[in-house]
Design a binder for this molecule. Structure first.
Ligand code: PGA
Length: 254
């Protein structure tokens, strides 16, 4: 991927702050972020700070989103927030299917499909996260695992699913471990995902932006983004440091 121009897939650098951050971080981050015109920047703060961060970025190109929503627009779901509420704040995006939600909060493939639908129904862009566990990779079942996660979401639809959306490939074994997938492993899976979307007509596969996530840092970003089917990153730990994040954005130029 070289410097973005019309007709190419514009790179995305997305920050997933997980359960980290404060109002101070929001202010520090927005005050020091280098706003690239060659990449889209998306920020997923905690739900607690989503409103104020979205307000402070209202007149910029930077989009914000929720890390998680429940399947219904409202109701007796203590502790949850809905995609409709997120949209009301002026945020544009929501993550869905992150492996931490799947593993620690019991989000099954079916729940992920329902959440995906509620996000789209609310007019937000879903960023569907998929990825295999270490066990699945070691037993040669990495693509089957990812394909299963894609299939469940696609089966819940009767029209192209990923039309204007992004998919994030995040191998579970690479998240928060400091051990990013090699560029070869990541590229292979991204190409398989694009091929899958192409093969079943579930989206415009050539326009679909497929992000890599899992221990992305300034040091490994250039090699990963140089791969043909890697269109950007979903960055966890390294996104809490705005200087590191700026350097990752910088790598989108190369
Ligand atoms: P990490 O997390 O960059 O800290 O590995 C990525 C993610 O979970 O989205």
């Amino acid at each position: 991927m070289s410097v973005w121009c019309q007709g190419m897939r514009k790179p995305i650098v997305a920050a997933n702050w997980k359960m980290n951050g404060s109002l101070e971080l929001c202010e520090h981050f927005t005050g020091n972020l280098v706003r690239p015109d060659y990449a889209d920047v998306w920020i997923f703060p905690t739900a607690l700070h989503l409103g104020s961060l979205t307000d402070s970025l209202r007149d910029t190109e930077i989009a914000t989103g929720a890390q998680n929503v429940w399947c219904e627009p409202n109701g007796a779901y203590t502790g949850e927030i809905s995609a409709t509420m997120v949209a009301t704040l002026g945020a544009q995006l929501a993550l869905v299917g992150h492996s931490e939600r799947r593993a620690s909060f019991g989000d099954s493939d079916e729940v992920v499909a329902k959440k995906f639908k509620s996000i789209t129904d609310a007019g937000l862009k879903p960023v569907l996260c998929v990825g295999e566990t270490l066990e699945e990779r070691e037993s040669g079942l990495a693509f089957e695992a990812v394909e299963r996660q894609l299939n469940v979401v696609e089966e819940a639809w009767d029209r192209p699913v990923y039309l204007h959306e992004a998919i994030a490939y995040e191998p579970v074994w690479a998240i928060g471990t400091g051990k990013a997938a090699t560029a070869e492993i990541a590229q292979e899976m991204h190409a398989l995902i694009r091929n899958h979307v192409d093969g079943n007509g579930s989206g415009e596969s050539q326009a679909l932006r497929i992000l890599y996530g899992g221990s992305v840092k300034a040091v490994n970003a250039p090699e990963l983004i140089a791969q043909e089917d890697i269109d950007g990153f979903l960055v966890g730990g390294a996104s809490l440091d705005v200087n590191e994040f700026n350097q990752i954005c910088e790598a989108m130029k190369s």
